[in-house]
Design a binder for this molecule. Sequence first.
Ligand code: SF4
Length: 455
Amino acid sequence: MIDINKLEKIKKNFFQGSLEYTKNQPDLFLPHKYQMVSPSTINSFLDDLKISIINDKRLLIYIHLPFCFSECVFCNSFPHKTDKKQQELYFKSILKEIELFAKTGLFDGREVQCIYFGGGTPTTFSNDNLKDIINKLKDYINIVEGASITTEAHPSTLKSSDRIKGLSEIGINRVSIGCQTFDPEVLKICKRSHTKESIKKIITTLNDLNMLNNIDMMTGLPGQTIESLKRDMEILEEIKPVAVEYLRHEIVNPLAVEIYKKNPDLLVKDEDLFQMVYMMQSWMQKQGYEQNGYFTDKKYWEYRHHWINQMPIIAFGSRARSYSKLISWDKHEDTQIYSKLIDKNILPIGRYIKLSKDDQMYRTLFLNLQALKGLSLAEFKERFNENGLDIFKVLLQNLQEFDLVKITDTHICLTENGAFFVEDVCDFIIDFALNLESKDLKRNPNSLGSTSSRL
Ligand code: SF4
């Protein structure tokens, strides 16, 4: 039974409204800790990296392909406009970056568990390009049999069944399609143009080819209403993708800021947004779709499953972020600097963070809470030689007061409300971790954070 009082308390005290919300999932991010890496300090970075993955035999590989035909209003990844010459150069740089990384010896004795092509729109690159990248990896490291290989895709790039068939032939077995909504009015505002029919055709082809598929959706888009969200869900029920991931719209794109400046009525009111998130989560649960907060197994999104369990992510491409249990590192953002360094046989690492023991403990909680089983107290004790209930005592008291977490004999996990508002819980954990260091520190995600001040 729904406890309205509890929900009201969460809304009042925890929920991040349209202007405050900053996307912090799936990983803990502590930008104030960055150290810059230069060609003269790259070796000490590599020494730290070697130590940080010494016990990890399997890796996740992320390939960042940041080009799109045009920019969507809800985009928070600031891609480049498609450009044949620039993409050709970038593609060659990725191949060479893989070679340079392999020369460090860090692939030796290891295997690849999953590969994820993200962006941007990776499918603005040809199937041959994607195949060459997979083959380049295979030159240096074994890819486990049946590895999950995902590409993100813009619907317009999958109009032809042959294109999708080609993806399957090169080994891609999971496709994540960015839809966000089916509402034609909202799509127009967001500069997107797919239809229910076009997505249905893609999903049918993917299903026929036994390729896992996921549709990305959003709440809080400009002009979106509760009614239009309901219609989106009805369409999803008809299309039947294998998986759905709903995110909240994070207002970071200047195009969105402009839209709201011109027409403030398009901004979804916090009251409505709260209802949308609750509705969406209830629907996801009823349909049996897994969301952050209640992941149970690795079937539909193996890459995220291993990420939550802290398998190292080695990312290739400009701006791409990598993680191990002990450090996190970013490539140079500027694609030209990225390519120039690679031309000079230098790994294009821009900056990195060494996680302190506290950071590692908070990251472990942050990631584990995204899975239904939560954080195992025994595993926490084994890794950190600390009692998780003592370490997180105050944080947990705060979250328990609002019925967002529960503590069992063996685990710390989210309640149903905690899982429904997992993004707000994650924001709260980051704020809490930052505040432990200094009251002046503010959450500041990669996207440059909340745009409240820009609006
Ligand atoms: S297709 Fe995706 S990555 Fe490209 S602009 Fe749109 S939201 Fe951003």
